[in-house]
Design a protein around this ligand. Sequence first.
Ligand SMILES: Cc1cc2nc3c(=O)[nH]c(=O)nc-3n(C[C@H](O)[C@H](O)[C@H](O)COP(=O)(O)OP(=O)(O)OC[C@H]3O[C@@H](n4cnc5c(N)ncnc54)[C@H](O)[C@@H]3O)c2cc1C
Length: 379
Amino acid sequence: MPLSFPVPDLPPGLDTVRREVRAFLDGARKAGQFRPRVNSWLAYDPAFSRLCGEAGWIGMTWPKAYGGQERSALERYVVTEEMLAAGSPVGAHWIADRQSGPQIIRHGTDAVRREILPGIVKGEIYFGIGMSEPNAGSDLAAVASTGTKVEGGWKLNGRKIWTTNGWRVQYVIGLFRTAPRDEKARHAGLTQFVIDLSTSGIERRPIEDLTGAKDFSEMTFDDVFIPDSHVLGKPGQGWELVTGELAFERSGPERFLSVFPALAAATSVTDGDRSDSREIGRLVAHIGALRAMSLSVAGELQAGRLPNVEAALVKDLGNAHEQETPEVLRKLSAGGPMLGDYGYEHILAEAMMAAPSFSLRGGTPEVLRGIIARGLGLR
Ligand SMILES: Cc1cc2nc3c(=O)[nH]c(=O)nc-3n(C[C@H](O)[C@H](O)[C@H](O)COP(=O)(O)OP(=O)(O)OC[C@H]3O[C@@H](n4cnc5c(N)ncnc54)[C@H](O)[C@@H]3O)c2cc1C
């Protein structure tokens, strides 16, 4: 199968929504409601999420019946890229808006849609991704946490790790083994559940990372009852659902704009040195190419296709760009990274500390390249 990156027809009105979201962000920045930062889609700020909800920037494409506006995926794309480029703290609602809400719309029961989607749209309900376990990261089919059928629902047991913001969000979509593991069909027997994290039997603890941030978490499940209404799709369909979810997770502008605020800040502090300009220009050109590929995947998703291989390629190239950017910037004449007063050096220091994680979250290069090779028939 050759890779395919058709350029989507951009609907009219994109410039209007871009102007609107820029005006919103300018206003919020001037009012002191946020300070630009790198990796801002991990920055957990419920007050800012509620502002986004009030302004209509969450769940934009979702059905009106659940609080959405039925706008196009490309309009949403413009909003998300402007939010990231501005370094705004969209982390609280990011996962719910990007993948959990769409997953519930596609595969959830009407009861769950009504329970949850309007709260996400308002910027009040947040989600985590309950996939990874201590022995199931890249090899997600090794998931060992179990779901056992009981009267009216399921009992969940096991342990999840690395869930971004899992200790402070209200829900996760978790992947559990609901049929005994079969080595010949490793992807069978998995099920996704929508889990209210206030349910008894769940323990959560934050995990501190290199930067001192407590974004990660570990969650344990001890006989946690989840009603049948909170199963996504059909029991046993979990692998199919999770791979569909990953196409949404891997191809968005957050895969190449995480450190854009550092690049933007660099342009205002360099002293016009020609080699600085050449390096910055090269990085900006990369963003142009990545954006075209990412927009193409967004168009395919909007058309109802699942371009998993193309999404893996966007993520792999995007992560390479994001990891190269701080390395290039620190060699510019403007000076190196330094935590301290909030300014270019500080933003650059944050970018450098966050960069190692970019190629882990959402799939490592080795795993992504395996998917791409298989898609190209090379494996
Ligand atoms: C910032 C961040 C946020 C995250 N957020 C979440 C979250 O919200 N929810 C969640 O569920 N998880 C999350 N994760 C976990 C992430 O998805 C896993 O870390 C990732 O899947 C890798 O798994 P692992 O850490 O167990 O490493 P392993 O899978 O043990 O991999 C270790 C090394 O072996 C290599 N390797 C593994 N298998 C192969 C193979 N078949 N071929 C070649 N090389 C291979 C890998 O490339 C890697 O270099 C997050 C991780 C990070 C860094």
